[in-house]
Design a protein around this ligand. Structure first.
Ligand SMILES: Cc1cc2nc3c(=O)[nH]c(=O)nc-3n(C[C@H](O)[C@H](O)[C@H](O)COP(=O)(O)O)c2cc1C
Length: 400
C-alpha cells in the first residue's frame, strides 16, 4: 500500500521548532511527508532540517522546479495538509484565499482534510480579525485546533501556546483515518466531563472512585478531530491534555456541576462521562481526623450530591442541545440502564458493566448506547476511541 501523503506546512512562529517533532512522528509511523515552510518559517528553522528529516526537497516559493508545477501538484496529491504552527498571518491568508507562496497555493489546491494548529500571543489569537478568520476556515471544513494555555514566547503566559506535538499527531492520525473533508462536528461546541470526583473528608482524605478519565479523554480527542470546539471538564484525571481541547480541572461533584453549567449555554452537546459521586461527607474536618485511644470511629454521615445529568437534561439552556449520560452498572446492566435513561431524561445513555478489573483504567471498553427513541446500539469490546466515535455518530445525527 502507498504511504499516506502528508503536507506539513510550517509558518513563521517561534513554535516552528516543535514542528520538527511532529514531522518525526509522521515519518516514523510510515507517512510520506512533504514540508512546505513559509519564508518567515525559515528564520526560525532552516530548510536543511526540514529536508533532512522528511527526505524530500523543500521550497517556499512557487518558482522552484516549475516543470513539476509544484504549486498545484503538492496539494492535489496530499491525503492530509497540516499547518503547524499556523501564524495569525497564515490564517488570514488562508481565510481570504491568498496564494502568494507555495504553502498558500497548496492550501487552495488541496481537496483532502486540512488541519491548522495556530500558535501566537494571546492578543493576536483573541483579536476579532483572527477569530473571524478561524470561524471562516472552520465553516469551510478545516479543523482549526484551539491553542493551548501556558507559557508563550518570553515571559508571557496565556492562550496561544502550540499544543503538545504528540497530541497534534494523534489528532492528525484520526483526521487522516476518517478521510472526510467536511468534519461533522465543525462549528459545534461540545462539553465532555471526564474522570472521577473526589469528596474531601479532611485535608488528606477523600471519598473517590476508580474512574481514570480515559473514556472522557477519548471522547474529547475524537470530537476535536471531528472539528468540534471541546470543553473538557476533568475531575482528577492524570492524563495529557488532548490537542485543541480546553481543559477545566475540577475536584468535587459540586465543582464539576459549576464548570459544566458555565460551559453549557452555547454548547450543542454535552457528554457526561465522568463518574460523579452520588454522596459527599456531610461535614469537612479542617484538620486531619485522628484516631482516639479506645474509641471507635464516628459513623460517616453522607449527604446527596446534585444530580447533574438529570438537571441538565430537564433544563437545557439551548433548544436542541443533545445530552448524553453514562451508566456504570455492576449487575442487571441493561435493565438498570433503561430505567436510568427514563429517570434522567437524557437523549442517549452509554451503559457499561464495571468492576474492579473491568473498564476502569482499561484501554478498552464495551457498551450499549441506549437512545430515548428506543434505539439500542451495541459497541463490541475495543479501544475507548471506538466507543467515543460511535457516541459522536449518534450525537451528530441528533444535532439540529
Ligand atoms: C521572534 C518572533 C516570533 C514570532 N512568533 C509568532 C507566533 O508565534 N505566531 C504568529 O502568528 N506570529 C509570530 N511572529 C510574527 C510572524 O513571524 C509574522 O507575522 C510573519 O509575517 C509570518 O509570516 P508567515 O505567516 O508567512 O509565516 C513572530 C515574529 C518574530 C520576529
Amino acid at each position: 500500500m502507498d504511504k499516506p501523503k502528508v503536507v506539513l506546512g510550517v509558518s513563521g512562529g517561534i513554535a516552528a521548532y516543535k514542528a520538527a517533532e511532529l514531522l518525526r512522528r509522521f515519518t516514523e509511523s510510515g507517512h510520506e511527508v512533504r514540508v512546505v515552510p513559509t519564508a518567515s518559517a525559515l528564520h526560525f528553522v532552516g530548510a536543511a532540517t526540514w529536508s533532512a528529516l522528511s527526505g524530500n526537497p523543500v521550497s517556499t516559493e512557487v518558482w522552484d522546479d516549475v516543470h513539476e508545477v509544484p504549486h498545484v501538484r503538492i496539494g492535489q496529491h496530499a491525503d492530509l495538509v497540516v499547518v503547524a504552527p499556523a501564524t495569525a498571518d497564515l490564517l488570514a491568508k488562508a481565510a481570504h484565499g491568498l496564494a502568494d507562496d507555495l504553502l498558500t497555493n497548496t492550501l487552495l489546491t488541496a481537496r483532502c482534510p486540512v488541519v491548522f494548529a495556530p500558535a501566537m500571543h494571546t492578543e493576536m489569537w483573541e483579536h476579532p480579525a483572527t477569530q473571524e478568520n478561524v470561524a471562516t476556515l472552520r465553516r469551510r471544513g478545516a479543523v482549526v485546533i484551539e491553542p493551548a494555555v501556558g507559557r508563550l514566547t518570553g515571559v508571557d503566559t496565556g492562550k496561544g501556546r502550540f499544543p503538545d506535538p504528540a497530541e497534534i499527531f494523534e489528532l492528525c492520525r484520526r483526521v487522516l483515518a476518517r478521510g472526510v473533508t467536511a468534519p461533522d462536528l465543525a462549528g459545534r461546541h461540545v462539553v465532555v466531563s471526564a474522570g472521577g470526583t473526589r469528596e474531601p473528608l479532611d485535608p488528606v482524605r477523600f471519598l473517590g472512585n476508580r474512574s481514570s478519565g480515559k473514556q472522557g479523554y477519548a471522547l474529547a480527542r475524537t470530537a476535536a478531530a471531528r472539528g468540534a470546539r471541546v470543553t473538557l471538564v476533568s475531575a482528577n484525571a492524570a492524563l495529557p491534555a488532548p490537542a485543541g481541547v480546553d481543559v477545566v480541572p475540577v475536584g468535587t461533584a459540586v465543582e464539576l456541576r459549576e464548570a459544566v453549567l458555565a460551559a453549557l449555554p452555547d454548547a450543542d452537546a454535552v457528554v457526561m462521562a465522568a463518574a460523579v459521586a452520588d454522596f459527599r461527607p456531610a461535614s469537612y474536618a479542617t484538620g486531619k481526623i485522628k484516631k482516639k485511644d479506645g474509641q471507635e470511629p464516628e459513623p460517616l454521615a453522607l449527604v446527596r450530591n446534585p444530580d447533574i445529568l438529570a438537571e441538565i437534561s430537564a433544563d437545557r439552556p439551548r433548544p436542541g442541545q443533545v445530552v448524553v449520560g453514562f451508566a456504570a452498572e455492576t449487575d442487571d446492566v441493561l435493565a438498570n440502564g433503561r430505567a436510568k435513561l427514563k429517570r434522567k431524561g437524557c437523549d442517549l445513555l452509554v451503559v457499561n458493566e464495571v468492576g474492579e478489573r473491568k473498564t476502569f483504567g482499561a484501554e478498552e471498553n464495551e457498551a450499549v448506547v441506549l437512545g430515548a427513541d428506543g434505539t439500542e446500539t451495541p459497541v463490541p469490546r475495543g479501544p475507548k476511541e471506538v466507543l467515543a466515535e460511535t457516541v459522536w455518530d449518534l450525537v451528530a445525527r441528533r444535532l439540529v
